[in-house]
Design a binder for this molecule. Structure first.
Ligand SMILES: Nc1ncnc2c1ncn2[C@@H]1O[C@H](COP(=O)(O)OP(=O)(O)OP(=O)(O)O)[C@@H](O)[C@H]1O
Ligand SMILES: [Mg+2]
Length: 355
C-alpha cells in the first residue's frame, strides 16, 4: 500500500507531501482547491499517464517545466520507493531505485483503480474502455498478457500498413498467420479474466443496483465463423478501408441490465453504479491475484448518487479490503466504516487534520 506521497509541480500542486493511512483516506476541500489534481497525481504515479487523457503540458504546473511524483509503497513491512518525472525529456520512471523501461513497472509496483465522475463512460461510452477494463485485469492476473497485447498491436499495425499501401492479397495473407495466433491468445486471456471476474461482477451489480446483470464477451468478429474465415471474407472491405475490421481490437463486453442493453437504457446514476460495480469487481479479482491490497481512488464518489446509493457504494468499497483515497466537497458525505485519515486541501495546499 502507498504510505508516503510527494507531488511537485503537478497541476495546481506546487509541493505536496502526504502520509496516507493504511485503509481509508479522505481529502476534502472546496471546488477548484486541488482534490482531483491530487487524485490524478496518485493515478499518474501508478500508471505513467493521466486517467483523463490529459497531456504532459496540461499536467505540469503553469510556469514549471516538469513535474515530479514520488511514492513509498509498503509491502510485508518493507518500503520501496517509486517515482516519475515528466518534462521536456519525456517520461522517466524509477522503481526501487532503478530506472524502469516502461510504465508497466509502475502498475506492478502500485496497482490501482479509479472511480471518478467520468466512470459512467465504462458503460455508456465506446468499446475501447471496456477492452481496457478487461486488459487491466488480465495484466494483473496473467503474466504474459502485456507481451501478447503488445505483439498483437504490432501485428495489427503491420497488417493495416500493408492494407493501406494496397499490397497484394498474398502479402496481406502472409501477415495473417501471426495476427491470428496472437489474436487467439488475446481473445483467450480476455475470456478467462471475464469468466474469473464474473461472480464478483454479478455480486457487485446486484449489491449496487439490486438487479440481474449479464456480461457477455464479444470477440470482435461475427460469432458464426472463426477469425481466419472472417479475415478472408472481409479482405475486400479491409482493403477498401485500409484497416482490419475483424479481430480482438474490436472486442467488447455486452452488458445487459434486466435483459436490456445497459448502454442505452439505464439512467446516468445507474450507469455510474454499474460502472463502479465493474471497477470494484476488477479490483477484487486483481487483488486476489497479486495477493496484496490495491489502491482505490474515488474522486467525488457522491456526485450524482442519492444517499442510499452512495451508502451502498461505500459499503461495497469497505468490503474489499483495499486502500482507499476518496475526495469530497463535504467532509461528512461519505460513510466510512471506520474513521479515515483526513486531509484538507485549499489552493493546492494540503493539511492533515487527523491522527
Ligand atoms: N497545469 C496547471 N497548473 C496550475 N493550475 C492548474 C493546472 N491544471 C489545473 N489547474 C488548476 O487547479 C485547480 C484545482 O483543480 P482541481 O480539478 O484539482 O479542483 P477540485 O478540487 O477537484 O475541484 P472540483 O470540486 O470542482 O472538482 C483549478 O483551479 C485548475 O484551474
Ligand atoms: Mg474535482
Amino acid at each position: 500500500m502507498l504510505r508516503l506521497f510527494r507531488a511537485t509541480n503537478f497541476r495546481c500542486l506546487e509541493s505536496a507531501e502526504l502520509e496516507f493511512g493504511k485503509r481509508f483516506n479522505l481529502i476534502h476541500g472546496a471546488n477548484a482547491s486541488g482534490k482531483t489534481s491530487l487524485l490524478e497525481a496518485l493515478a499518474y504515479l501508478g500508471r505513467g499517464k493521466s486517467f483523463r487523457g490529459a497531456t504532459t503540458a496540461n499536467l505540469t504546473r503553469h510556469g514549471a517545466t516538469e513535474f515530479l511524483l514520488f511514492g513509498e509503497v509498503e509491502q510485508d513491512g518493507r518500503r520501496q520507493g517509486m517515482g516519475v518525472r515528466n518534462g521536456r525529456e519525456g517520461l522517466e520512471v524509477r522503481v526501487g531505485g532503478e530506472a524502469a523501461a516502461s510504465a508497466a513497472a509502475l502498475a506492478e509496483a502500485l496497482p490501482l483503480q479509479v472511480i471518478d465522475p467520468e466512470v459512467h463512460n465504462l458503460v455508456a461510452g465506446g468499446p475501447e474502455l471496456r477492452r481496457r477494463f478487461l486488459d487491466w485485469i488480465a495484466f494483473h492476473v496473467e503474466h504474459e498478457h502485456l507481451a501478447i497485447w503488445r505483439r498483437f498491436r504490432r501485428a495489427l499495425k503491420q497488417r493495416n500498413a500493408a492494407l493501406k499501401s494496397r499490397a497484394s492479397e498474398s502479402t496481406i495473407r502472409s501477415w495473417n498467420h501471426e495476427f491470428l495466433e496472437l489474436a487467439a491468445d488475446l481473445d483467450g486471456s480476455r475470456r478467462r479474466v471475464l469468466e474469473l471476474s464474473l461472480d464478483s461482477l454479478l455480486a457487485h451489480g446486484s449489491l449496487l443496483l439490486e438487479t440481474e446483470l449479464s456480461f457477455e464477451y464479444r470477440p470482435g468478429w461475427s460469432q458464426d465463423r472463426n477469425l481466419s474465415d472472417a479475415l478472408e471474407a472481409g479482405l475486400e472491405r479491409d482493403l477498401a478501408l485500409g484497416a482490419t475490421q475483424a479481430g480482438p481490437h474490436r472486442a467488447d463486453i455486452k452488458i445487459s441490465y434486466d435483459e436490456r442493453q445497459a448502454r442505452k437504457l439505464v439512467s446516468r446514476g445507474q450507469q455510474k453504479l454499474l460502472a463502479s460495480a465493474m471497477i470494484l469487481a476488477a479490483t477484487q479479482t486483481a487483488q486476489a491475484a497479486v495477493k496484496r491490497p490495491l489502491l482505490l481512488l474515488l474522486d467525488d464518489p457522491a456526485a450524482e448518487l442519492d444517499r442510499l446509493s452512495i451508502g451502498r457504494l461505500m459499503a461495497a468499497v469497505a468490503d474489499l479490503d483495499c486502500q482507499v483515497v476518496a475526495t469530497s466537497l463535504d467532509p461528512d458525505a461519505l460513510n466510512f466504516p471506520e474513521a479515515p485519515t483526513v486531509f484538507h486541501v485549499e489552493h493546492g495546499e494540503i493539511t492533515r487534520l487527523s491522527q
